[in-house]
Unconditional design. Structure first.
Length: 40
């Protein structure tokens, strides 16, 4: 059985630290980085 996450909203204080954790530590793939009102 394959499990996939199609979209997630993950609140954070430090966007670069969050990106490093989810991408590098957990191995998740960033497909789109969207900015709205200074938030990503």
């Amino acid at each position: 059985m394959d499990i996939a996450i199609h979209q997630a909203l993950l609140p954070h204080e430090d966007p670069q630290a969050s990106l490093r954790f989810y991408r590098d530590a957990l191995g998740l793939e960033v497909r789109e980085d969207v900015e709205y009102g200074g938030m990503h």
